[in-house]
Design a protein around this ligand. Structure first.
Ligand code: HEC
Length: 233
């Protein structure tokens, strides 16, 4: 019985190599090409682009490399959902460019850290993590309490994000400096009342704004959905 493959292809190593490459390429293309054309998951209910102050805090998070020690993705395991809250859904990340899933957890996951602590806790923790968390190896970030935020830089960030699909309007970008001041004033008023000394233009205020919203809307949306369907987290 003749065997075309065995007699004509397998003995010719070059032909065999070319055909193998063609075959593997088809497999790869079938996986990869749809990803370039797909629009990705739709935004989850309640997920909005970050406010001007929050996005400023996010830029600082990137600059300081917080993602080197912190992930922002709760995996769908019981040990994770008990510790952090509902596991992360794709629709939570639609406005996150570049996303901050992270790949290392020297520190805890931060995907659901918003509203877990008061602003004053973050204020102390960022100044010296060992004051709030015994034996913490998280570095101190004293410069966040001195360096000031630049609304023009925030507007540039918002413009750049709008070009990759985050729906910031021109009006939102134009009013960013005023919006930042309003949100910062609320945070500073709370901190001052708690006995902490800072001003609206300090980077720490933007970092707190960013951290305090992480996962808050997503959690509310997931819990509302589950209250309707009776599902688990
Ligand atoms: C060298 C690793 C490292 C880096 C870099 C780091 N952290 Fe941490 N972080 C930790 C560790 C460890 C903990 C847990 C102990 C603690 O609370 O300090 C932690 C805890 C936290 C917590 C509390 C989480 C919780 O659920 O209790 C927050 C918020 C946080 N870090 C924010 C940040 C931010 C913002 C940055 C960047 C400015 C940053 N971290 C950089 C290691 C790190």
């Amino acid at each position: 019985m003749s065997n075309f493959h065995r007699d004509n292809i397998e003995p010719r190593s070059v032909v065999m190599a070319v055909l193998t490459t063609v075959l593997i390429s088809i497999g790869g293309l079938v996986e990869i090409v749809p990803l370039f054309t797909s629009a990705g998951p739709p935004p989850m209910d309640g997920i909005k682009p970050l406010t001007a102050l929050e996005i400023t805090g996010r830029d600082i998070y990137l600059r300081e490399g917080c993602y080197v020690c912190h992930s922002q993705m709760v995996r769908p395991f019981r040990s994770e959902t008990l510790r952090y809250g509902p596991w992360s859904r794709g629709g939570e990340y639609v406005y996150d460019h570049p996303f901050q899933l992270g790949s290392r957890r020297t520190g805890p996951d931060l995907a659901r850290v918003g509203s877990k602590y008061p602003d004053s806790w973050h204020f102390e923790h960022m100044a010296d993590a060992r004051q709030t968390s015994d034996g913490s190896i998280m570095p101190k970030y004293p410069w966040l309490f001195e360096w000031t935020i630049d609304p023009a830089q925030t507007q540039a960030t918002m413009l750049a994000l709008s070009r990759v699909g985050v729906p910031y309007t021109e009006a939102q970008i134009a009013s960013a400096p005023a919006d930042m001041k309003t949100q910062a004033t609320k945070i500073v008023t709370g901190l001052t009342a708690a006995g902490y000394d800072t001003t609206e233009d300090k980077e720490i205020v933007a970092v707190i704004a960013y951290l305090q919203q992480l996962g808050v809307n997503a959690r509310a949306s997931i819990e509302a959905e589950q209250a309707k369907t009776g599902g688990t987290k």
